[in-house]
Design a protein around this ligand. Structure first.
Ligand SMILES: Cc1cc2nc3c(=O)[nH]c(=O)nc-3n(C[C@H](O)[C@H](O)[C@H](O)COP(=O)(O)OP(=O)(O)OC[C@H]3O[C@@H](n4cnc5c(N)ncnc54)[C@H](O)[C@@H]3O)c2cc1C
Length: 409
């Protein structure tokens, strides 16, 4: 038996296990999936918890509900990867060998990387919504908050779902309006980027949205430390932003085992071929999802597009064929903009988000770079699509590669 080992059973690892187990001959290939947690989190749902739209129960399901039969499941932390020996050590004492390794260990937030962030104020007037516990704690705080200055801050890029902090800001504007206290809340969006987003046209449009919603944009602000005695953010160039309530998106990093195994960059992301998804160092290791060092967005939609390409390339690798350079950085993200509306962006490594219709050219039903109710429903429907189709590796009517049809230059 040959062995295919998948490390991480989150979005990307689960999709890959489903796709590969449906295709590989079980008499020849043993597929093993390793993860430390029994529960799968629908992370895009964290955004809605502070605003009482979703609860904890809406975003958590048992991981095992999504695993295909015939795959060996091991619930254990991974301790060390030894790529030179094709072996992986687990904390439960097992040592696994592999012929092909898929790294899908994701990324997580590291508030401890920023001086002051985890001081006594953490979860008192400093919150995050990139973890389930953080989102729930923030909801409990917002229920009783009477107003003041709310600062939403991205500590540094890259972060997963780069539009989520903008969505949080738009939803905060809506939520405080609903609570009748919008006039008592100043909202400030503080980002290390030169504008509201990375790509020029979307940055312009989303910047205009912030202005329209009376949310102040502070750009190119690289946080050096958080002064919790005086409630202010301090940048490396000595600028200060005071806050009453700080909602932070802390530094995002890849898994510690990537660093411990000497396989990552400064942020523990794995150097990966941007088009084939093969590890740059080891020919029998492939990387998918947030774990890669790629400049594509770290998003579930991207993991899904990558999975189509990686599936093809693992079959090619097994058949001793040249890998197909088919991943183009394709990402699409709904952007919840509050008051029952949303936007949609669709882009890749080379093409920035453009206006138009999606997925059917000229028809939609979704509109690109335009605020519509239908886009909001698309965002809300994504949870059903995620649990019922995406994780199971089902075919979706969307190509892995970005299409220009339906877009206006
Ligand atoms: C607030 C928020 C909003 C988001 N919104 C969207 C959105 O609207 N649309 C979208 O497409 N994406 C969104 N995302 C991003 C999306 O959730 C992630 O990009 C996606 O889940 C990445 O999948 P992954 O498989 O790479 O990582 P994950 O799903 O995080 O899986 C990684 C897995 O590896 C396991 N693991 C890690 N280290 C170890 C170890 N040492 N031992 C054992 N197991 C280990 C973990 O337990 C985990 O199960 C959002 C994320 C957040 C936080």
């Amino acid at each position: 038996m040959k062995k295919l080992l998948i490390l991480g059973a989150g979005t990307a690892g689960t999709i890959m296990a489903n796709k590969l187990s449906a295709e590989l001959d079980k008499r020849e290939w043993q597929i093993t999936l390793v993860d430390k947690d029994e529960t799968h989190h629908y992370q895009p749902g964290y955004l809605f918890i502070p605003f009482n739209i979703y609860t904890r129960e809406d975003v958590v399901k048992p991981k095992r509900d999504f695993f295909p039969s015939g795959v060996d499941i091991i619930m254990s932390s991974i301790e060390l990867i030894q790529p030179e020996n094709n072996k992986v050590k687990l904390t439960n004492g097992q040592v696994l060998s592999y012929d092909i390794l898929v790294l899908a260990t994701g990324s997580s937030t590291r508030p401890e990387e920023t001086e002051g962030l985890m001081n006594g104020a953490w979860r008192k007037n400093i919150f995050d919504f990139y973890t389930l516990d953080g989102a729930v704690a923030l909801h409990n705080f917002l229920k009783y908050w009477q107003g003041g200055k709310l600062v939403i801050n991205i500590v540094e890029m890259p972060i997963k779902c780069p539009v989520a902090p903008l969505e949080f800001s738009f939803l905060a504007d809506w939520w405080f309006t609903e609570q009748g206290i919008r006039d008592k809340v100043d909202i400030e969006y503080v980002t290390p980027l030169p504008g509201a987003f990375t790509k020029p046209r979307a940055a312009q449009m989303l910047g205009d949205f912030l202005e329209k919603k009376n949310i102040k944009l502070v750009s190119e602000f690289a946080v050096a430390r958080v002064d919790t005695t005086n409630n202010k953010l301090v940048s490396w160039d000595k600028r200060e932003v005071p806050y009453d309530l700080l909602v932070t998106v802390p530094t995002n990093m890849g898994a510690d085992i990537i660093a411990n195994s000497g396989m990552g960059d400064d942020l523990n992301f794995v150097p990966t071929d941007p088009h084939t998804l093969q590890s740059k160092k080891h020919h029998n290791i492939f990387v998918i999802g947030d774990a890669t060092d790629l400049p594509s967005s770290k998003a579930g939609s991207v993991a899904h597009f990558q999975a189509d390409v990686l599936f093809e390339n693992i079959l090619r690798y097994i058949d001793d064929r040249q890998l197909a350079p088919h991943f183009d950085g394709h990402a699409n993200c709904f952007i919840e903009s509050g008051f029952g509306k949303g936007l949609l962006i669709d882009f890749n490594y080379d093409v920035e988000p453009l206006p138009g219709k999606y997925p059917l050219p000229g028809i939609g039903p979704f509109s690109l770079l335009q605020e519509t109710k239908m886009n909001h429903w698309g965002k809300m429907m994504f949870r059903w699509v995620y649990w019922n189709l995406l994780l199971k590796g089902s075919e979706l009517p969307i190509e892995a590669q970005m299409a220009m049809a339906g877009k206006r230059l």
